[in-house]
Design a protein around this ligand. Structure first.
Ligand code: MN
Ligand code: MN
Length: 299
């Protein structure tokens, strides 16, 4: 059986996960990898922290008015990693995502470091050539190469864009990067500054013509302010709070999400455990959002 060779599910699973693929709409797997982390490592413990904490969450979300108990999803466990070579891990993530897509499951990936997103996107773009990306992150991640590694987490969005026929990405609330990265984000009109007014209005205006496009959402937890999420390898002051995320996720409910990931949780850095709780709640929101975005009328 293919999934036995790909995933190890010895630990816990995300709360409410089904044990069989039948009738599921969403497939979850973790990537316990932090090989290119540039400052503090530890994101390889992210997926298990999210799963452990999830057991203490409510299944009902009053903000989205949805309940996990009405949604069928399966957490396969974490990808079996047998190498420390980023490129081969990214291609294994791609292979595992293809397995999900073949089983009609929308992929939801738990990181691990941000470099893994490239693998998910390159699998999804084969099914959805018009795929566009939305990134929540403190960092642009648009470097062509970082520390001699083109697959570093500092390059992941550039590697994704390389794979996208549309070359279309929206980067929400980025506040750290090189002058060149910021110049490119501005030149290509891809940086969405949500501090300029009402987040939902700004977002809807920016994304207006993409209502029927398949969208992949990648969430780097350092997008949040370090006062809320300190458990991440590269924290950046001046970030966002939970209420901001709630507005974004509700607005994105009007768009057609075909996959998502949440990356860069480094649970041991935050002894309070709050970062893991935020990550587990983000995961809950993503499951609800992926489930309610029925894939019809796609361009
Ligand atoms: Mn980041
Ligand atoms: Mn990132």
């Amino acid at each position: 059986m293919i999934q036995r060779n790909l995933f190890s599910n010895e630990g816990s699973v995300y709360m409410g996960s089904q044990s069989e693929i039948n009738d599921c709409t969403i497939g979850i797997f973790g990537v316990d990898y932090d090989g290119t982390t540039s400052y503090k490592s530890g994101t390889r413990f992210g997926p298990s922290a999210i799963r452990n904490v999830s057991q203490s969450l409510e299944t009902y979300c009053p903000h989205l008015d949805k309940d996990l108990s009405n949604i069928k999803y399966i957490d396969f466990g974490s990808l079996i990693i047998d190498s420390n070579n980023t490129e081969s891990i990214v291609s294994k993530v791609k292979y595992a995502t293809e397995f999900l897509i073949k089983n009609n499951l929308k992929p939801l990936i738990l990181g691990g470091e941000h470099s893994i997103t490239t693998g998910v996107v390159s699998a999804l773009v084969k099914k959805y050539p018009n795929l566009i990306l939305i990134q929540l992150d403190a960092h642009a991640d648009l470097r062509d190469s970082y520390m001699n590694n083109k697959h570093s987490h500092a390059c992941t969005m550039q590697r994704c864009i390389d794979n996208l026929p549309q070359k279309k990405i929206f980067q929400i609330g980025i506040r750290s990067g090189t002058r060149e990265e910021f110049q490119r984000m501005r030149d290509n009109n891809q940086l969405i500054d949500i501090k300029k007014g009402d987040i939902n209005i700004i977002l809807e205006q920016a994304l207006n013509e993409y209502k029927k496009y398949p969208i992949y959402l990648t969430i780097d937890l350092d997008w949040f302010d370090p006062s809320l999420v300190s458990g991440t390898g590269t924290p950046e002051p001046g970030g966002f709070m939970w209420e901001d995320f709630e507005i974004i996720i509700k607005t994105l409910n009007k768009f057609k999400l075909v996959g998502a990931d949440i990356v860069e949780l480094s649970p041991d850095i935050d002894s309070s455990g709050i970062s893991s709780i935020v990550a587990a709640k983000v995961t809950r929101s993503l499951i609800m959002n992926l489930d309610s975005n029925k894939i019809n009328e796609l361009i």
